[in-house]
Design a protein around this ligand. Structure first.
Ligand code: NAD
Length: 278
C-alpha cells in the first residue's frame, strides 16, 4: 500500500486532507514514537492527535526521524477545554506546536464545545487569528452539534473546515451530518469502529460483506465510512491491524451492503453527550 491510493478530500478553505489517517487517542506516550513510526512506514500520512492525549511529543519525534517531507504529511491537533479563551488559546497552540516540533499544523480543532463555559465563540475568533498567522492551515471543530455550529456561523466570519464527531454505524448523527453538508463542513468520523465497545464487527451485515469481498469486518466498516465520504482515522497499536485498516481501497461495497450497514443506526454513542463535557 502506498499513500497515493488514499483519496484527498477538498476542504472549504482551499486545502485538502487525506481521507484516511491514523488516530492516536489512548496511545501510550512512551510508545507513541514507535507506533506512529509504524504507521508512517505502512503509508499513513495523516495523523490525528490532541493536547489531552499527552502524546504530541511522540508524534513529533516520529515525524522528525521519518525523513518524510513536511508537505507530504497532514497533522491535526486539538485545543483542550480548559484552554478555551483568547490568550490561553495562543499559549496552548504554541505549546502544542513546540511539542510536535513543527512550524505549522495542517488542522487545529476546538476539541469540545464545552457550552457550560460559554467560550467557544471567543475561542473560534482566536482560531481565526491563528489561521491568519499562517501557523495553522485549516481550522475546525470537534463534537459540535447543530446549535453550536449555528452559533459559530451567526457570530463569526469563518465556517469550520471540519467537524470531528463520534460517528460509526451505531451512531451516525444524521442531523449534524446533514447540517455540515449543507454548509460545506466536512465530517471527520471519530471512533469509526465504535472503539470496540459494540459488537459491530460480529454483526452479519458486516461479516457477510467481509466474506463476500474476502476482507475483514474492520475493513468493511472503514470502507463504509470511505464510501459515505467521511474522513476517518482508526486507531490500533498493532502493526498488522494498522496495515489492515489502511488497505481499504481494493474493493467496493455494493449499494445493498452499504444500506444494510447504514440501517444499523441505534443512537448508540460511546462517549458523553457533547453538552455534558465541560
Ligand atoms: P476506533 O473506533 O478507531 O477503535 C479503536 C479500537 O478498535 C482499537 O483500540 C481496537 O480495539 C479496535 N480495532 C482497531 N483496528 C481493528 C481491527 N483491524 N480489527 C479489530 N479491531 C480493531 O476508536 P478511537 O481510537 O476512539 O477513534 C479513532 C481516532 O479518533 C482516535 O484515535 C482519535 O484520533 C480520534 N478521536 C477523537 C475524539 C474527539 O473527541 N474528537 C474522541 C475519540 C477519538
Amino acid at each position: 500500500m502506498t499513500q497515493p491510493l488514499v483519496p484527498r478530500i477538498q476542504l472549504n478553505d482551499g486545502f485538502s486532507i487525506p481521507q484516511l489517517g491514523f488516530g492516536v487517542f489512548k496511545v501510550d506516550p512512551a510508545k507513541t514514537e514507535a507506533i506512529v513510526t509504524d504507521a508512517l512506514e505502512i503509508g499513513y500520512r495523516h495523523i490525528d492527535t490532541a493536547r489531552v492525549y499527552g502524546n504530541e511529543a511522540g508524534v513529533g519525534r516520529a515525524i522528525a526521524q521519518s525523513g518524510i517531507p513536511r508537505e507530504q504529511l497532514f497533522i491535526t491537533t486539538k485545543l483542550w477545554n480548559d484552554d478555551q479563551g483568547t490568550q490561553s488559546v495562543f499559549d496552548a497552540f504554541d505549546a502544542s506546536l513546540e511539542r510536535l516540533g513543527l512550524d505549522y499544523v495542517d488542522l487545529y480543532l476546538i476539541h469540545w464545545p464545552s457550552p457550560a463555559n460559554d467560550r467557544y465563540v471567543e475561542t473560534w475568533k482566536a482560531f481565526e487569528r491563528l489561521r491568519e498567522s499562517g501557523r495553522v492551515r485549516s481550522i475546525g471543530v470537534s463534537n459540535f452539534l447543530v446549535p453550536h455550529l449555528e452559533r459559530l456561523l451567526a457570530e463569526t466570519d469563518t465556517v469550520p473546515a471540519v467537524d470531528q464527531i463520534e460517528l460509526h454505524p451505531y451512531h451516525q448523527q444524521p442531523e449534524t451530518a446533514a447540517f455540515a453538508e449543507e454548509h460545506a463542513i466536512k465530517i471527520e468520523a471519530w471512533g469509526p469502529l465504535g472503539q470496540g465497545k459494540y459488537p459491530l464487527l460480529e454483526l452479519p451485515e458486516v461479516t457477510d460483506a467481509a466474506a463476500a469481498h474476502e476482507v475483514t469486518p474492520a475493513q468493511v466498516v472503514i470502507r463504509w465510512h470511505v464510501q459515505r465520504g467521511h474522513i476517518v482515522f482508526p486507531k490500533s497499536n498493532r502493526r498488522e491491524r494498522m496495515a489492515e485498516n489502511f488497505d481499504v481501497f481494493g474493493f467496493e461495497l455494493s449499494p445493498e451492503e452499504m444500506d444494510a450497514i447504514t440501517a444499523l443506526e441505534r443512537g448508540g454513542r460511546v462517549s458523553s453527550h457533547p453538552d455534558e463535557v465541560n
